[in-house]
Design a protein around this ligand. Structure first.
Ligand code: 13P
Ligand code: SF4
Length: 324
C-alpha cells in the first residue's frame, strides 16, 4: 500500500486506510469483551490506541489503574517497564503488551548489578527509583516514584538516610531544587527529553507569546527554567483544563497533543521539535501499533513473566509509593 502511513495536507489519512483502522479497532474491542480485558495506554501512544483504551494516563495513573482493575487480562500499551509494573501489582493476572521490545533509555541506563555495586558503597543509602526502570532495579529500591509524585516521595523519605535517586539525573536535579534535599544522582537520561533545546523553545514562544510553556521534568535545566510549569504528562492535562489561556507550548513527547486536544477541544497546543529538527517522538512508545495490539490479544503473547522473588521484592517499594 503506497499510501500507508501518509497523511494529506490537513493531517488526515486516506479513507481506505481509515476504514481499515476502524475495522481493526472494532476487532480489538470485541476481543477485549470476550477476554474480559482492560486496555491501559500511556499518553504517548498513537491516537488510534488512545481512542480505544479504557484508560489513558501517565505512569502514576496507569499504576493506580493496574492496582485496582478486576479484569482478567491487562493489555498494556506503553513501554515494557510499565507493563512489568502492572504485572508486579497483579501477579495472578495475565499481562500482555503489543511489542516486548518497547524499552526505555532510562531503564537501559541502570543495570541492576551496577546499582547494587553503588548501593554496597554506602549502607545508609535510601534508594528512590523513578518508575522508568526494570523490575530488577525496583526490587533493589526502598521506594518508587513517578514524575507526578517524585517531590512528595522525596519529602517523605527518612531524614537520617543518604538519598540515592535513580536513574534520571534531570528529574533528580529538579526534585532537589523543589525539595532542597541533597541526593546522589544516577547519570541516566531520557534520550527524547534531553533533545529539547532552550533556543527552540524561545523561538516558539516568540511565535506564541501568550502561551504558557509546560515542560516535562526529564528535560534539561536550561529548558526547565523557561517553563511556566514543570510537571508530569497528566498534570499537563490538569493545568491546561484549569488555565484561562487559549494556547499552550508543550515540551514533551508529541503523543501528548492528542490527549490534550481531546480533553480541551477549544484550546490550541504547540508541540516543540527536538534541537536541529531532531525527532521528538519516543521510538519505543511508537513501536506499538493497532496491528500489534490485535495480534497480542489474539495470541495472548507477548506476556510479562517475572519470578516470584522479583515480584515480591519489587512490589513493596511500589506499594510504598501508592501509599504516599
Ligand atoms: P509520565 O509519568 O509523566 O507520563 O512520564 C513517563 C515518561 O516516560 C516520560 O518520558
Ligand atoms: Fe523512556 Fe524517554 Fe521514551 Fe519516556 S520518552 S519511555 S523516558 S525513552
Amino acid at each position: 500500500m503506497a499510501n500507508a502511513g501518509k497523511t494529506n495536507k490537513n493531517g488526515e489519512r486516506p479513507v481506505v486506510e481509515r476504514e481499515a483502522k476502524d475495522a481493526l479497532s472494532q476487532k480489538i474491542l470485541a476481543l477485549k469483551k470476550k477476554l474480559n480485558a482492560v486496555i491501559l495506554a500511556h499518553n504517548y501512544q498513537i491516537p488510534q490506541i488512545q481512542d480505544i483504551a479504557d484508560f489513558v494516563g501517565d505512569s502514576l495513573g496507569l499504576s493506580r489503574q493496574a492496582s485496582q482493575t478486576d479484569a482478567d487480562v491487562i493489555v498494556f500499551c506503553g513501554v515494557h517497564f510499565m507493563a512489568e509494573t502492572a504485572k508486579i501489582l497483579n501477579p495472578s493476572k495475565l499481562v500482555i503488551l503489543p511489542d516486548e521490545q518497547a524499552g526505555c533509555s532510562l531503564e537501559e541506563s541502570c543495570p541492576p548489578d551496577k546499582l547494587k555495586e553503588l548501593q554496597d558503597t554506602n549502607r545508609n543509602f535510601y534508594t528512590i527509583s523513578y518508575i522508568n526502570c526494570s523490575a530488577a532495579v525496583k526490587s533493589l529500591s526502598d521506594v518508587i516514584c513517578t514524575s507526578g509524585n517524585a517531590v512528595k516521595v522525596v519529602n517523605a523519605a527518612p531524614k537520617d538516610r543518604d538519598l540515592l535517586f535513580v536513574p534520571d539525573e534531570n528529574l533528580g536535579e529538579w526534585v532537589m531544587e523543589k525539595t532542597g534535599k541533597k541526593m546522589t544522582l544516577w547519570k541516566g537520561n531520557c534520550y527524547v527529553h534531553i533533545e529539547f533545546s532552550p533556543d527552540t523553545v524561545r523561538q516558539i514562544k516568540q511565535q506564541h507569546p501568550d502561551a504558557p510553556i509546560l515542560v516535562h521534568p526529564e528535560c534539561l535545566k536550561s529548558v526547565r527554567i523557561l517553563a511556566d510549569e514543570v510537571c508530569s504528562t497528566e498534570k499537563m492535562v490538569d493545568y491546561c483544563k484549569q488555565s484561562a489561556s487559549k494556547s499552550f507550548i508543550i515540551v514533551t513527547e508529541p503523543g501528548m497533543i492528542h490527549r490534550l486536544k481531546k480533553e480541551c477541544p477549544n484550546k490550541e497546543f504547540v508541540s516543540v521539535p527536538g534541537s536541529n529538527g531532531a525527532c521528538n517522538e519516543c521510538k519505543y512508545m511508537k513501536m506499538n501499533t493497532l496491528e500489534k495490539l490485535l495480534a497480542c490479544m489474539e495470541n495472548l503473547n507477548p506476556r510479562v513473566e517475572l519470578s516470584k522473588e522479583i515480584i515480591e521484592k519489587a512490589r513493596a517499594p511500589i506499594e510504598q509509593m501508592l501509599a504516599i
